[in-house]
Design a protein around this ligand. Structure first.
Ligand SMILES: O=C(O)CCC(=O)C(=O)O
Ligand SMILES: [Fe+2]
Length: 270
């Protein structure tokens, strides 16, 4: 993939979102979809047990814990270099789940007008969504609504304003929609008779708390079995110690590594 980072960043800063085409092959996406199909029921059971299944219908969170092929989408991450460029240094995974816009306009909560990150960051690059398109997203099949430029404004648009001014981010299977976590957006309604699915890896600077503690969830030993890139992405270089013994470590064994921050204080040089 030959990407012009400077141009991408400019568009991302201006509009709040960009599309990168053909990041994944159809074969890779098909494998991930098959794997996902097999775990959906497990999530439904957990959501029902928690008494929250109405709100979470057609969505699964931290799905990578049950789907090793899905995890491979970010190991290696074809967009790794751009994400580092965006953050001006290291980053970690905040969350990675999947959701389905089921046929015939069935509801999923991501259709609400929302920001991924409600804390307004005034253009500071703290959190980035890299939505992976698993099925072609057309206006008819529920392409995401994006309120272009709204990541730069302290607004809370009402429905009328949002749907009159937002644009549709149509995309093809294997594309990735990269967007600022402060942009107001909403999943579209799928009026076709075929499900349309997505995966949303969200990344942050390493000092931000993950939505689930991935290093503890996968287990501390897991880091010795995986690539350096995945180790970094899952947060193994930015673990919060739980005991004083875990806190006091020689440099190379530190739980929260020094290199997670730019020692020179020049992060985000753009
Ligand atoms: O499905 C979509 O088009 C958008 C999904 C979304 O906004 C989310 O997962 O937070
Ligand atoms: Fe969203």
């Amino acid at each position: 993939m030959n990407l012009n980072f400077e141009k991408m960043l400019e568009e991302l800063d201006n509009n709040g979102f960009i599309k990168v085409e053909n990041v994944y092959s159809c074969e890779q996406i098909d494998g991930v979809k098959q794997e996902y199909e097999k775990v959906k029921n497990k999530f439904t059971g957990i959501q029902e047990d928690a008494g929250i299944s109405d709100g979470t219908k057609n969505a699964t969170h931290h799905t990578i814990l049950m789907c090793p092929d899905m995890l491979k989408l970010i190991d290696p991450n074809p967009l790794h270099k751009f994400i580092e460029y965006y953050f001006g240094g290291k980053y970690i995974l905040y969350t990675m789940g999947a959701s389905s816009k089921m046929p015939k306009s069935e509801y999923v909560y991501t259709q609400r007008i929302h920001r991924e990150f409600y804390t307004f960051t005034f253009g500071q690059r703290l959190m980035l969504n890299t939505l992976i398109v698993l099925d072609d997203a057309t206006e008819e099949s529920g392409a995401t609504w994006m309120l272009s430029g709204s990541h730069k404004e302290t607004i809370n648009p009402d429905k009328e304003y949002f749907f009159n001014n937002a644009v549709r981010a149509t995309a093809k299977k294997g594309d990735v929609l990269i967007f600022d976590a402060n942009i107001w957006h909403a999943a579209g309604v799928n009026k076709t008779d075929k499900a349309v699915e997505i995966i949303t890896p969200l990344f942050t600077r390493p000092f931000i708390k993950q939505a689930l503690n991935y290093p503890r969830a996968f287990g501390l030993d897991f880091q010795h079995t995986i690539s350096e890139e995945l180790k970094q992405t899952l947060g193994y270089n930015a673990i919060i110690p739980e005991t004083i013994q875990e806190f006091y470590k020689p440099e190379e064994k530190r739980f929260y590594k020094r290199n997670q921050e730019d020692e020179h204080g020049t992060n985000n040089p753009h």
